[in-house]
Design a protein around this ligand. Structure first.
Ligand code: FMN
Length: 313
């Protein structure tokens, strides 16, 4: 099928509250560096949005090796938020990245509420950022991160503080490592989030039976990739039924059909993570496949499929 011909007929633009994207296929934080590294291999202009690697106040070298371990249908990582730090990102990375005709979304992680507020203020002053993604769901750090995202009171309070410090669209990124993700989603909504992204990785571990040691240096890590897709779909669907915010769905998306499933479950856009390690051009392939899907189903506007899951026969 000629996907170029199809693209011309199908409207792929989506609106997530205040955030407009040229198409719903974005790349997930931590799986696409700072974006620029990929410009040699793929056309960044075609991606709906680039979520940059999680940024912290100070540069971080992350956990020691070994930080990655493959599982039968997924990837375990304990990178530990290796990044250049907010100052260097704004000074050294952002100027070249913002030349591309795609939306740049900064992903921030703090060890304390004050650090999140500082990061928000820095991003707020920088030019070329379309939205702020607040990572309260990283399983690989000791302070902040998932400790906030597993607590509804802390989630609401932090979101409120961030809301007081920026006019940028706020995306709160949720963890699946909770009993009830809807409670946390509602807390972020009450705190003033514009958009929710879900899910971050699931806590897991790998063991080497020969050495009797954990495979990962941090013992535990975050599981991503196709193995987590059913969990992610369930999370997106449950949140979409209970919280009136636009959602960005992710977790194991590697084909256009996977992406469509997330939109049917209630997502307005999707993010591609682990699949970028298999093929750096995954996002562009997936958007073409989504377009082909719409063509086959006689859908002229991709927004029509969001939340259209038929639960009752
Ligand atoms: C190696 C690696 C690093 C990641 N780093 C971050 C990060 O810095 N910030 C963040 O919010 N999520 C991070 N994530 C989570 C992804 O953005 C995404 O939520 C998760 O991997 C699920 O999507 P996937 O199954 O398509 O990979 C990381 C994931 C991986 C695999």
């Amino acid at each position: 099928m000629d996907s170029k011909k199809n693209d011309a007929k199908i409207n792929l633009e989506v609106d997530l509250g205040p955030l407009h994207l040229s198409n719903p296929a974005t790349v997930a934080s931590g799986t696409f560096g700072y974006g620029i590294e990929f410009s040699e291999f793929i056309d960044l202009d075609k991606i709906g949005a680039i979520f940059v690697k999680g940024l912290t106040v100070e540069p971080r070298s992350g956990h020691p090796q070994q930080r990655l371990s493959e599982t039968p249908a997924g990837l375990l990582n304990c990178i530990g938020l290796q990044n250049v730090g907010i100052e260097s990102f704004i000074r050294d990375k952002l100027p070249s990245l913002k030349q591309w005709n795609t939306k740049i979304i900064a992903n921030i992680s703090g060890a304390t509420e004050e650090e999140y507020v500082y990061l928000t203020q820095q991003i707020n002053q920088a030019e070329g950022i379309a939205a702020l993604e607040v990572n309260i769901s990283c399983p690989n750090i000791d302070a902040g991160g998932m400790a906030i995202g597993t607590n509804a009171v802390l989630t609401e309070k932090l979101t409120e503080r961030i809301r007081q410090n920026t006019e940028l669209p706020i995306i709160v990124k949720l963890t699946p490592n909770v009993t009830d993700i809807v409670t946390i989603a509602k807390a972020a909504w009450n705190g003033g989030a514009d958009i929710l992204s879900l899910i971050n990785t699931l806590l897991g571990m790998a063991i080497d039976a020969e050495t009797w040691k954990p495979v990962l240096s941090n013992v535990t890590g975050g599981l991503s990739g196709p193995a987590i897709k059913p969990v992610a779909l369930r999370c997106v669907w449950a949140v979409s039924q209970n919280v009136p915010l636009p959602l960005i769905g992710m977790g194991g998306i590697s084909t256009g059909t996977d992406a469509v499933e997330f939109m049917l479950a209630g997502a307005s856009a999707i993010s591609i993570g682990t699949a970028n390690f298999i093929n750096p051009d995954a996002a562009n392939i997936i958007i073409s496949q989504m377009s082909e899907y719409c063509f086959r189903h006689d859908i002229s506007d991709i927004r029509e499929i969001t939340g259209r899951l038929h639960v009752n026969p």
